[in-house]
Design a protein. Structure first.
Length: 566
């Protein structure tokens, strides 16, 4: 009798965004094929996982397969689905799980390149493309994760710029003066004594943003489907990418266009290859050491561009540099690779950090695991109260400002009632209760007791809010269209937390993105771009479409300078 009952088995497990459906084919003696035939995972970002994990299972005839860095849940989901198939086929699951992996003995590989780019997000890819444009032909891009794109790939993909030719062609009137006015207004909303932004640099960035937006189209092969504004950013200056046919997100569509340029021009990009440290000889930067899946790499490089992102996913760095945001790494929407590697390497090289680092806010979030809860991220019709039962902000605020407001509170609760417009939320909550993250009660006073906030205070807060909602006049200035009285029992309160998508901070650079020492001199041959060096533009409030724009623009500038100074 063979190891398996031959046949084709279809199994399904839970992924990040819905079921992962896997088809596994067995002969009597082996796993012949593993195929993911349907899934809800992020298109493009997870493509390497759907190829490499099934290949490894078949090649090694094992369930003892390492997850791909940056895609752990998806990797483990595929393995779990195959595990179910093995069980159905009568195979020995434990034997396959305990099977020794292929030897981890790594080869040593020595490489030489003109320009080494660390990171494959928007900043790194733009740096590589710009370097190629300006004469560098030996370029190597290394990505520590198994997926390409960084936080840019997870973004909405829109890039802001004022007064581009695309806006003019669409009849859109927009100016740098308009954007600068909004920029100053937003940055003044928090930390009034802050050292940043440096508005001379912001002014220059806005000029360069126009160049980058047009360069992406004219040289890099990118394309835009629309130019739009939204919410509290109504001016049409966000340039949105054309969607890819494979269902990729808009951020990943942008990344795919940049990767296609690399492929078409034979620029090497390696994934699952983490740069560990920089190499110095006689005080000069000459390369880096890296660890790949099959080899330890010694890379000789004339220039190194650090494009490895911020530190939103590094809890230790958050606790050290932005203690107010401690705990936000676990829910951050930043790439899993945003652990500050490039910043730390630059520090070891003698770089100086920007003062007053902060988080890039994306709104608010709940720890409750249900798809409907995502609707609360920017739902201006709800009411927020703090741990003493008082409202503390206008809920109709820019998402970055909302995140900052929550950071100032000991705790934040979102309140809703059982009105018809809340039925989807109520139904979801009923499946999640009891929970330490949400409470329910028949009266506001009882709700306050469950929340452990002063009942009298919460009752007064909600009475004032309801009176204002019915009169169309809110004490915090919320527009009447977002004022919904909270009167229909039962009532619910959900704990909410700041949601982030990155960090402001990194190391100081000059206008060519060369890393600076404390005395203002540059560290020869070393550049930092994107979130590795972005604080100069911001106080504590993110500007819509600016993070991806700065990633691409700083990457373009660094690549050009590096190539011209080989």
């Amino acid at each position: 009798m063979g190891q398996y009952k031959s046949g084709i088995y279809e199994t399904s497990v839970k992924g990040n965004h819905g079921p992962i459906n896997v088809r596994t084919t067995f002969s009597d003696e082996a796993i012949l094929e593993v195929q993911v035939f349907d899934h809800g995972e992020t298109a493009g970002l997870t493509a390497p996982v759907f190829q490499r994990i099934p290949q490894a299972i078949v090649a090694q005839q094992s369930l003892n397969i390492d997850a791909i860095s940056g895609a752990t849940v998806t990797s483990e989901g595929i393995i779990a689905a195959v595990t179910l198939a093995v069980e159905e086929a009568g195979g020995d699951v434990e034997a396959l799980k305990n099977k020794d992996q292929a030897s981890n003995d790594k080869l040593e590989e020595c490489l030489s390149t003109d320009i080494l780019v660390v990171g494959s997000g928007g900043a790194g890819l733009a740096a590589a493309i710009s370097a190629y444009e300006h004469g560098a032909k030996n370029i190597l891009v290394l990505e520590k994760l198994g997926t390409i794109g960084g936080s840019t790939g997870l973004s909405g993909g829109g890039i802001a710029a004022p007064g581009t030719k695309f806006q003019r062609e669409a009849g859109i009137e927009d100016t740098k003066v308009s954007w600068m006015s909004l920029w100053k207004e937003r940055q003044a909303s928090s930390n009034p004594e802050g050292l940043y932004p440096n508005y001379e640099v912001v002014d220059k960035f806005m000029d360069e943003a126009i160049i980058t937006t047009e360069w992406l189209h004219d040289y890099a092969g990118h394309a835009y489907r629309q130019i739009y504004g939204f919410g509290v950013d109504p001016v049409r200056r966000l340039h949105d990418p054309i969607e890819q046919k494979d269902g990729a997100t808009l951020g990943q569509s942008l990344i795919q266009n940049l990767v296609k340029f690399l492929e078409d021009h034979h620029i090497e990009l390696r994934t699952e290859t983490a740069v560990k440290e920089l190499i110095w000889e006689d005080g000069q930067l000459v390369g880096a050491l890296a660890e790949g899946p099959e080899a330890a790499l010694t890379i000789r490089a004339k220039k190194v561009i650090l494009a490895s992102g911020g530190f939103a996913k590094n809890e230790e760095m958050l606790q050290q540099y932005v203690p107010q945001a401690a705990g936000t790494s676990f829910t951050s929407m930043a790439t899993p690779g945003a652990t500050g590697d490039g910043i730390l390497m630059a520090l070891d090289a003698g770089a100086t950090l920007y003062e007053e680092p902060w988080i890039i806010g994306l709104g608010i979030t709940s720890y409750l695991q249900h798809p409907v809860m995502q609707s609360l991220m920017m739902d201006w019709s709800k009411v927020y109260v703090n741990q003493i039962g008082e409202r503390f902000m206008n809920e109709q605020s820019h998402y970055a400002i909302a995140a900052n407001q929550l950071l100032d509170q000991d705790a934040t609760w979102l309140l809703l009632d059982s009105a018809e417009q809340n039925q989807a939320l109520v139904e979801a909550l009923e499946t999640l209760l009891p929970s330490d993250q949400a409470v329910k009660a028949e009266t506001i006073e009882a709700l306050a007791e469950a929340m452990n906030v002063p009942p009298i205070t919460l009752s007064q807060t909600m009475q004032q809010y309801n009176e204002g909602a019915e009169a169309g006049q809110d004490a915090f200035g919320k527009d009447a269209e977002f004022l919904a009285p909270v009167r229909q029992s039962p009532f619910y309160a959900i704990k909410m937390y700041p949601l982030t998508m990155g960090t402001f901070g990194g190391v100081k650079t000059d206008e060519a993105m060369r890393v600076l020492k404390a005395d203002g001199s540059s560290i020869e041959n070393l550049y930092a771009v994107g979130e590795t060096a972005n604080k100069v533009l911001y106080n504590q409030v993110y500007m819509s479409g600016s993070a991806v724009q700065f990633a691409l623009t700083s990457g373009r500038l660094s690549g050009e300078h590096a190539a011209k100074h080989l």
